[in-house]
Design a protein around this ligand. Structure first.
Ligand SMILES: Cc1cc2nc3c(=O)[nH]c(=O)nc-3n(C[C@H](O)[C@H](O)[C@H](O)COP(=O)(O)O)c2cc1C
Length: 199
């Protein structure tokens, strides 16, 4: 598929199910990605979930495997798929890559072209549109380093959803909360012409 901005509608053959890579990183909001995976899967999307090493401390691959009925890829089980390294196959086959929740660390790695994990390898290898939904403490979000990384990624065509303001798990009130999952799902599904009401 030709590289395009994440905001564009994704055109694909009607018979084929959309394929979305869902990257989950080590935020306290990682558990909310389970609802996102479930919503996308129930709406008819093939969801390939990728967990970072640290994300596995917050939520297990088993949860996502049960919700998506697909293998979940982590650094512990990455191997070869269809004669290519899994990260290349997943990057090539994705119609959209979304990272939700995205940590400050993941955003920094992606902005600077670092690829220490399966997820970051996919982000660098894919030509599919990429959507990032950050979640972090407000001071981390507003730090000039994070903001510069976000701007860099936006300039490269990466779409950001959120974060929103509210009471944060760290005890602070402010910006940094993961955008409501139902709305993230709605925005992703809309890119494939799927209405969330059909779920
Ligand atoms: C309890 C706890 C909650 C955390 N929540 C967040 C978070 O919401 N956002 C964030 O950017 N980092 C958060 N961190 C820090 C990340 O887990 C840490 O930077 C980690 O190395 C990120 O790994 P990853 O980006 O490879 O998934 C948290 C750490 C702990 C221990």
């Amino acid at each position: 598929m030709k590289k395009s901005k994440a905001s564009a509608t994704i055109i694909r053959p009607k018979a084929k199910k959309p394929r979305v890579v869902l990257g989950v990183t080590a935020s306290i909001a990682a558990f909310r990605a389970a609802d996102l995976a479930s919503a996308l899967s129930k709406a008819g999307v093939d969801v390939d979930v990728i967990l970072t090493r640290e994300a596995c401390r917050f939520i297990t691959p088993l949860t996502f495997a049960a919700l998506t009925h697909r293998q979940v890829v982590t650094d512990a089980n990455e191997g070869v798929l269809d004669a290519r390294p899994m990260h290349i196959t997943l990057a090539d086959d994705a119609d959209l890559v979304i990272v939700a929740p995205a940590t400050a660390n993941l955003i920094g790695e992606y902005a600077h072209g670092l690829a220490p994990e399966v997820l970051t390898c996919i982000l660098l290898a894919t030509l599919a549109p990429v959507v990032v939904a950050p979640a972090m403490n407000g001071k981390m979000w507003l730090h000039p380093a994070t903001q510069a990384n976000v701007e860099l990624l936006k300039k490269r065509g990466v779409e950001f959803i959120g974060p929103e303001k509210g009471l944060l798990a760290c005890g602070y009130e402010g910006i940094g909360r993961l955008w409501p999952v139902a709305d993230i799902a709605r925005q992703v599904l809309a890119k494939f012409g799927i209405s969330s009401e059909k779920k």
